[in-house]
Write a protein that binds this ligand. Sequence first.
Ligand code: GLN
Length: 497
Amino acid sequence: MTDLTRMTAAETAATIAAGEASATEVAQAHLDRIGAVDEKVHAFLHVDTEGALRAARAVDDRRARGEELGPLAGVPLALKDIFTTEGVPTTVGSKILEGWIPSYDATLTRRLKDAGVVILGKTNMDEFAMGSSTENSAYGPTGNPWDLTRIPGGSGGGSSAALASFQAPLAIGTDTGGSIRQPASVTGTVGVKPTYGGVSRYGMVAFSSSLDQGGPCARTVLDAALLHEAIAGHDPLDSTSIDAPVPPVVEAARNGDVRGMRIGVVKEFAGEGYQAGVMTRFNEAVELLRELGADVVEVSCPSFSYALAAYYLIAPSECSSNLARFDAMRYGMRVGDDGTHSAEEVTALTRAAGFGAEVKRRVMLGTYALSSGYYDAYYGSAQKVRTLITRDFERVFGGVDVLVSPTTPTTAFPIGERADDPMAMYLADLCTIPTNLAGNAAMSLPCGLAPEDGLPVGLQIIAPAMADDRLYRVGAAVEAAFTARWGHPILEEAPTL
Ligand code: GLN
């Protein structure tokens, strides 16, 4: 039989539906793969063997009863440890939530279960999703399957590494400033940040509520679309959830075509700091889009230059408020509760012990930016920049259907290289952040390997809000053309673990 861990999600579901393999066999093959390689990769913080096999058996039972199975029934998935899972630990990569077992499922978790998706476990991440390398996890770093001494991106590095090492065909990420797209870019996988409000945030631990967005991660554009459709749609439990039909992402992914589309290349996403090989592959992708029949033009979004600065005021401000709930009284860790300390002291001792350095840095920055007297100068100004960025998008989307850029300025950097330099770390999200600030949609998909280091390069496609289907239409066309050119999917180039 073909190796069950090498199939796409769409192939896996078809194999199960046809009875060529059971969902239990598929789950077991992935659990075995995790057992064989995850000691090296460290993609998972928690593997839910029992839960996965139970979910797989339920799919097999439904099939035996002749019930119709959904498009992802029996397909294994790696879930970022930021979504609550009833009865299964949820740490958000932080010591402060170590040992916490949620009593409820996030809406996204529930939808996955309802779709018959088999959740294998929870994946490693930067603490509270703050980071671009997964080195900020309280539980140790994750390795990039292309080179285990390099970062798999962040904050969702566990999810991207699980995909690239064939431990799961599907994964979930969250993207506040790039944490789905940047990990996808540096691991040769596909990641989509849906339109803000497109996927429910209920039960997704909040970092920066006006920016956070859960979304699909996969090895192919079609798989990402199938997962997108399963998790998206209105949720009355999330007041920012969009009450409108989900854009037709699966149909778009099945009909990749860029003929007649107008595509804008963002002028500002190039120049100093961009690795030569990244630009080589990106420029080839632009050429390919032309060959495929798109009308490619250069566009300028001058406000994007201020996006990073605005983001690093808005995100810390919101996190300083969101993380106030970790007060030692409600969840997880409690330090100093020995009768000699006041409640306030217990809160302070717990936060001092439970939060890592990056989380503390952001809580302090955010508290300062929001303090009276500074609010207008910092937070208020950042919100004005946010409006300018949104206007830049609106203006260029008047003339083009989608925008393209490199997803990240460089390929995967070595673990440790930027760990003590927050600014260098923040630069990894230069091209992804404007989309979060404006609330529209974007995808990263592989566009080859950088000649100088042989590591994956990501192509970012950006669409207007609620036009997520355009990402898939363009992405599927690019993926098909590149796969034909390379003769195989890019991940076949990755060294075997
Ligand atoms: N790297 C960015 C940050 O550190 C984005 C993180 C994210 O998208 N969750 O905030």
